[in-house]
Ligand binder design. Structure first.
Ligand SMILES: [Zn+2]
Length: 610
């Protein structure tokens, strides 16, 4: 077999297993059919390919002795990196892994079927997903509803612990130890980022120190002004995240406008999808996985020199009608759409570079999505895009009020993410015999109190964060924190380079050329430095969250003023995209509908539904 044939075969074999797993993943997570069995089997088959040590040896031999040309060297290095990260050492590790996949599948299945919700004032049971509960916690003006929603979220924690979460933690640690790592967190950081836990927490500790004082003094100020009750979990999030003005902002962030805004904004930024096929399932429903995500059943690459466009699915859990849900849906669209743009634009010669798992850096992936969703918080973006049903732009006083309410707590928001990282780290550092349900809860509360300085803990309880339950997304929350640092560093770089971000078509080109094209052939820290010309650091984020309110307001006003001379994108957005919009198994729009057609059909579908 020639080297070229060997590599083609590997591409095809990988694609087949990847697709089989991803199709089962989508149908199961969307609640379309119960394919937990196929999903678990598919995951194992894929892991076996990636853990195949004989194949890794062969790849290394071909790299040294197979006379590869320059392109083949790159591809061989890509597969070698991917297989090295996924090696499973020995029979014990394999046996633990098998048990872990089983236990976890049971846990996730139970969680999906959980009777979640809260009791209203009249004592009636109101079914609600964790997304709905989190939304109510931040946005519902009625304190009793917020409190009941918080209790509902806390019930996820006890439910998970009653359904074997502590045992899953133990198995993850055993698996990591069998592979030579100190614990699962250590394993996971090295797996996804290629550096160790100590390096990671040196970065996070630095950020923690530099945000501590400003967060603490704002919390004290708030408690002095409103009494200690405001620090209760169900009051704190509402007060510090603009809950007060959410009702007033709502008409400018109508859910039915979200899809069209997303398409026009991305087109204006010069983002293209290289003919990818995108499937969107945006509205929450019972049995659907409780968090937005993007997965790619087909990773894009040049297959024998011919472009194979990506196939990408992404989902949001919008609750049409609920206060704050339109803004949330817009944010999710920009976030997951940012992921999709990233993976659709990896222009390498094998699928190992454009799949979402290791050695693809979580931090790099989240930098792309969080960069895109950061735009909708910008005053100039809101003034241009956030219009009500009659076309009136969101008024300045509402933007200003939003800044007054949230900017003082920007440092605390960063710590809100940090608290999840510290809590998970602490859980995986418990010994096997300490991993009891009581201890898990005790460690979570203690970490929340320490990092957030809130006596009753995190408003959105740590173990209600869906990432912790599944191995795929556990012990990687730091990816969001590193990404937030990179997003602010990247934004600062674009502001220096171009003076503005709004509808700037150079941005899509820069992102595609520097961050997206190389896929995982380059690491996160290197790419951030390539893009910004500076080593990766917390400086830009710390500067951003430490800005006094009056400075933040002045910057917002300046941005709006400048945006008057920035041309608006006209006509049909050319995203080079084949788009389908689904609700479970119901088709709302499909190719050849253009993105704006799809947005119109989605709007009509929503209106019919009410
Ligand atoms: Zn993401």
């Amino acid at each position: 077999m020639t080297l070229a044939t060997y590599l083609d075969d590997l591409n095809e074999r990988y694609l087949e297993l990847h697709q089989a797993k991803e199709r089962a993943f989508w149908e199961t997570r969307m609640g379309l059919s119960d394919r937990h069995r196929e999903l678990a089997d598919g995951e194992l088959a894929l892991r076996e390919l990636l853990a195949d040590s004989a194949r890794l040896t062969e790849l290394r031999r071909l790299r040294e002795q197979g006379s590869p040309d320059a392109k083949q060297v790159v591809v061989l290095d890509g597969w070698i990196a991917m297989l090295s990260r996924n090696q499973v050492a020995g029979d014990e590790a394999r046996a633990v892994l098998r048990e872990l996949v089983e236990r976890e599948s049971e846990l996730l299945q139970a969680r999906a079927a959980m009777d979640l919700g809260y009791r209203d004032a009249a004592g009636n049971w109101v079914a609600a997903s964790s997304v709905a509960l989190g939304n109510a916690l931040r946005c519902d003006a009625d304190e009793a509803v917020r409190r009941a929603s918080f209790d509902g979220l806390r019930s996820i924690e006890t439910f998970a612990l009653d359904h074997g979460f502590a045992e899953v933690l133990r198995l993850r640690n055993r698996f990591a130890r069998a592979n030579g790592f100190a614990d699962y967190y250590e394993y996971k950081v090295q797996w996804a980022e290629g550096f160790d836990k100590r390096t990671l927490f040196a970065l996070l500790d630095d950020l923690e120190r530099r945000t501590r004082d400003s967060a603490a003094s704002e919390i004290e100020r708030l408690a002095r002004a409103h009494g200690d009750e405001v620090l209760r979990p169900w009051s704190f999030a509402y007060t510090t995240r603009g809950g007060d003005i959410q009702q007033e902002r709502d008409p400018y962030f109508r859910f039915e406008d979200a899809l069209g805004r997303w398409a026009r904004s991305f087109a204006a930024l010069g983002i293209r999808f290289r003919n990818a096929k995108l499937t969107l399932d945006l509205v929450d429903r019972a049995g659907k996985y409780a968090n937005g995500f993007m997965h790619g059943p087909v990773p894009a690459f040049f297959r024998n020199g011919e472009w194979l466009p990506a196939e990408i699915n992404f989902t949001a859990n919008a609750l049409p009608g609920a206060v704050g849900s339109g803004l949330d849906a817009t944010r999710t669209l920009f976030h997951e759409g940012g992921h999709a743009a990233h993976f659709a634009n990896v222009t390498m010669d094998a699928p190992c570079f454009s799949q979402e798992y290791a050695p693809t850096s979580v931090a790099l992936a989240e930098t792309q999505s969080m960069f895109c969703d950061s735009l909708i918080e910008d005053a100039d973006w809101q003034t241009r895009y956030a219009h009500d049903a009659s076309g009136r732009a969101i008024p300045w006083r509402l933007i200003e009020r939003g800044i007054e309410l949230t900017q003082p707590f920007a440092a605390q928001e960063v710590r809100n993410m940090l608290s999840v990282c510290y809590a998970e780290k602490a859980l995986y550092e418990l010994h096997d015999d300490e991993l009891t349900a009581d201890n898990v809860l005790r460690v979570l509360r203690a970490t929340e109190q320490r990092v957030l300085m809130l006596p009753a803990g995190r408003p959105f309880p740590t173990l209600a964060v869906p990432h912790l339950l599944s191995s795929e997304s556990s012990a990687y929350y730091h990816g969001y924190v590193l990404a937030q640092m990179a997003v602010d560093q990247t934004r600062a770089c674009f502001r220096e380079r171009y003076g503005y971000l709004l509808d700037n078509p150079s941005i899509g080109k820069d992102l595609a050329a520097t961050y997206w094209a190389p896929g995982n052939s380059r690491g996160f820290l290197d790419l951030v430095e390539d893009m910004t010309g500076r080593p990766f650091a917390a400086d830009a984020l710390v500067a951003e969250v430490s800005r006094p309110v009056d400075i933040a307001i002045r910057e917002a006003r300046d941005a709006i003023e400048r945006s008057k001379s920035i041309p608006q994108h006209e006509g049909e957005p050319d995203l080079e995209l084949r788009i389908s919009v689904m609700h479970g198994s119901e088709t709302i729009a499909e190719p050849p509908a253009s993105p704006l057609d799809a947005a119109d059909r989605f709007r009509a579908w929503l209106e019919n539904r009410n």
